[in-house]
Design a protein around this ligand. Structure first.
Ligand code: SF4
Length: 341
């Protein structure tokens, strides 16, 4: 791998190309779960009709100029609004076929609604990568990952994973394992289950994440957080499953990339998918005709990490900007900000 200042050179180059576009979509901000640490307030529901049409128009203009379109589905829980997701994905797929544009996609989902029919339809539209969060074995996962009706979600999610494994579909499911100070025995019990049933299937992999304070019910969250030992446990788990990762290239968050943009379910545009209410993250709106009204100075502050290849700024521009407020609202020089369709 060719590197530049600790980054994969290809990753840097692809982040700056304007014939590649990463469109992050929130088809709904409603969720079928009420996780105890969730930072969302569920004020915005499904994308309204005008917005679905506007996104389709944006894609109609944009895909003609692209070599690669990447769709990322967020929420809320994106599969709560499957019909919206499929309508946009099918439109994008047809355009990509017509204009010889590569199309890829990923879904960040809690997995509850990912039945094999839905999975097959997504895979047929090249939406093949999935990230599903797990908080431990059944007992512990069910204390935090609670459905809207107040029930535990583990059994259903596990069944979805087993059903997916039984197909011959070509997908990749990353299990994002939330590690806290108190769930480590439960994580070990979950990993035993994983090793028995899924570890030998190359379509599944693990991503360990020490959980940080994301908002939600602080009393419950406080009981779960002890960053130090959770971080140490994550290091241990990474070494166990992935060996020495010290030469891994630095991560570039999509929020840093000039060719990446998120459309929320109310039509507002964001760079980061976490701090939805932060003013610096409100970078514009999509109009009814599919054109974009962008605040270029705000966008400039998200993408300026490419000027110096700063590891922190490219890895998490949100935390960098919060620590360096003087870097907010900058005029960008050479870098091409997302072109208005
Ligand atoms: S900017 Fe930071 S918080 Fe936002 S999506 Fe990127 S890594 Fe996550």
């Amino acid at each position: 791998m060719s590197m530049v200042q600790g980054f994969d050179r290809k990753d840097v180059m692809y982040s700056l190309r304007n014939d590649i576009f990463n469109l992050i979509l929130f088809p709904t901000e409603e969720c079928n779960f009420r996780c105890v640490y969730c930072y969302e307030d569920f004020e915005v529901g499904n994308m309204p009709r005008w917005l679905v049409d506007a996104i389709k128009q944006l894609l109609t203009h944009k895909v003609q100029k692209l070599k690669c379109l990447s769709l990322s589905w967020f929420g809320g829980e994106p599969l709560v609004a499957k019909q919206i997701l499929f309508e946009i994905a099918e439109h994008a797929y047809e355009l990509c076929q017509q204009y010889d544009c590569k199309m890829i996609g990923d879904v960040t989902t809690n997995g509850f609604l990912l039945d094999t029919g839905t999975l097959a339809r997504l895979v047929s539209l090249n939406q093949t990568r999935f990230q599903i969060s797990i908080d431990g074995d059944e007992e512990v996962h069910n204390q935090t990952r609670i459905t809207k009706n107040g029930r535990g979600s583990f059994t259903r999610i596990w069944q979805r994973l087993m059903d997916a494994a039984a197909t011959d579909l070509e997908f990749h499911i990353i299990l994002r394992i939330h590690v806290t100070d108190l769930n480590q025995e439960a994580i070990e019990r979950f990993l035993k289950l994983y090793e028995q049933h899924l570890a030998s299937d190359p379509r599944f992999s693990l991503f360990f994440k020490a959980i940080s304070n994301l908002g939600g019910d602080q009393n419950k969250v406080q009981q779960l957080i002890s960053k130090k030992s959770a971080a140490n446990f994550v290091t241990e788990l990474n070494a166990r499953y992935y060996g020495d990762t010290s030469d891994k290239p630095n991560y570039i968050c999509y929020a840093s990339k000039p060719n990446s943009l998120a459309v929320r379910a109310d039509g507002s545009l964001n760079k980061c998918t976490v701090a939805l209410k932060d003013d610096i993250n409100k970078v514009g709106r999509i109009n009814e005709d599919g054109t974009l009204s962008l605040q270029h100075q705000k966008i400039g502050s998200w993408i300026s990490g490419f000027d110096t290849l700063d590891k922190w700024r490219l890895g998490c521009p949100l935390s960098y900007l919060n620590a360096h407020p003087e870097k907010k609202n900058v005029t960008v020089g050479e870098i091409n900000v997302i072109q208005v369709a």
